[in-house]
Design a protein around this ligand. Structure first.
Ligand code: SAJ
Length: 401
């Protein structure tokens, strides 16, 4: 098979490389010249464990090439971002600009019998929208093109393992679309391939991330309740979780990343009257960084010139990704509001990306009056409790217990 993958980011690049190492001819297409050149030289422009090895071997085998423009092929996979934007007073409406641009870019290369797969997390109805766009541009292809939604579900940091092991949902507009997509995913996926229609597939993916968001909101709300009552939230959760049917997630400084903090809004946009709990959960999680900032301010008021060490900027443990990171938001706000002298530290994040300096862990542990732990990176979990006994500690992840 010849496969064209539109978008070479955290999902498109691993998928393209995986398909190439399974013997398919793959052309990866991206709008970034830097990404295209880097990949063609056998290197990667994003950070993900072991992805460099996979891409190198895919490029060396001759099966993976990157380009700024598509070519003709058998299957087209769309893996581009779907953020949100403000539309008609709704600040969190889905932004399908990239999906539409990728679709329009591939339409001239489509042939009868081709399959177009949407992997991007998308609002209900997007696969139908893609099909309509194709037929509008090429009416002669009506009924002769197949489209399906096969949502990605991999966890950043474990993408390669989850790409192979996770079950896959395939939601085609037609039976043929389902059969063709199933065949393709079977070539590299060990999990079950579950067939449904496109709208159910779209909603299932949104539901997965909303489920996690609602459960994190529950944990975050508990952290506020426990703080109010002077009770340790971590102990409370760990005790409650000893019940055979209770499994509470962990509170934190807020929810980051470009999936869980975004996708629930697509459900809210489609069913605003019905999605009350999902919306409230989003608001609870979005409010958590502000609560953390207020905590720091209250502690800082006790000092004349407080030095505040902020441990962690990434959106979660042991990754370098700061997109939509509540930790980064908190650090920037503490600096902007002049709450004290802020010393930020993150062993995984490069200082060039930031508008403020980074310090090493040893130094911040020495200088700080207030220690604000924001990310449970391994390095922070190993901090010797004796070395921070004289500090005021605000631990948003419960690792400095
Ligand atoms: N978080 C908590 N407490 C927890 C768990 C997570 O505060 O108990 C926070 C994290 O610190 C982070 C945010 O939630 O800021 C999201 O992290 P995550 O590890 O839950 O999820 P992501 O965004 O890295 O990946 C999710 C995954 N979805 C689910 O687990 C349902 C992944 O499988 C999806 O493929 C991905 O979104 C996606 O691309 O949609």
């Amino acid at each position: 098979q010849k496969i064209i993958v539109m978008g070479l980011g955290y999902i498109g690049l691993p998928t393209a490389s995986m398909l190439a190492t399974k013997g398919h001819q793959v052309l990866g297409v991206d709008v970034s010249e830097h990404a295209v050149n880097t990949i063609n030289s056998g290197r990667i422009h994003i950070i993900e464990p072991d992805l460099d090895i996979l891409v190198r071997s895919a490029v060396n085998s001759g099966n993976l090439k990157a380009s700024l423009t598509p070519e003709e092929g058998d299957t087209f996979i769309i893996a581009v971002p779907t953020p949100f934007m403000e539309v008609d007073g709704n600040p969190k409406a889905p932004d399908l600009t990239y999906v539409e641009a990728a679709t329009r870019a591939l339409v001239p290369y489509l042939r009868e019998g081709n399959l177009v797969i949407l992997e991007s997390t998308s609002p209900v109805g997007t696969t139908e929208f893609i099909y309509k766009t194709i037929v509008e541009m090429r009416p002669e292809l009506a009924g002769k093109i197949h489209a399906a939604h096969c949502p990605e579900r991999v966890l950043p940091g474990h993408i390669l393992r989850e790409l192979v092991d996770n079950d896959r949902i395939v939601g085609g507009l037609t039976k043929t679309a389902n059969e063709q997509a199933q065949e393709l995913y079977k070539s590299f996926c060990n999990g079950a391939i579950l067939l449904t229609d496109s709208k159910t597939a779209e909603l299932s993916k949104l539901v997965e991330n909303s489920f996690r968001d609602v459960n994190i909101a529950f944990a975050n709300e508990l952290s506020l309740i426990c703080d109010h009552l002077g009770i340790n939230v971590w102990e409370t959760i760990s005790l409650a979780n000893r019940h055979p049917r209770v499994n509470i997630l962990q509170p934190g400084p807020g929810v980051g990343g470009h999936c869980i903090a975004v996708d629930p809004w697509f459900i809210v946009s489609s069913a605003p009257e019905q999605a009350k709990l999902i919306k409230t959960a989003r608001q609870v999680n979005d409010a958590k960084p502000l609560w953390v900032i207020d905590k720091v301010k209250a502690k800082a008021a006790r000092f004349k010139d407080p030095v505040i060490a902020c441990l962690g900027l990434a959106f979660k443990a042991n990754i370098d990704d700061t997109r939509e990171s509540p930790s980064l938001e908190i650090v920037k706000d503490l600096i902007a509001q002049n709450v004290g002298r802020v010393m930020a530290c993150d062993p995984n994040v490069r200082a060039e990306k930031l508008s403020f300096p980074l310090y090493d862990l040893k130094q911040v542990l020495k200088d700080a009056d207030i220690l604000l732990l924001l990310v449970d990176h391994t390095e922070f979990k190993e901090i010797d409790p004796d070395s921070i006994r004289d500090k005021v500690v605000i631990d948003t992840r419960g690792v400095l217990r």
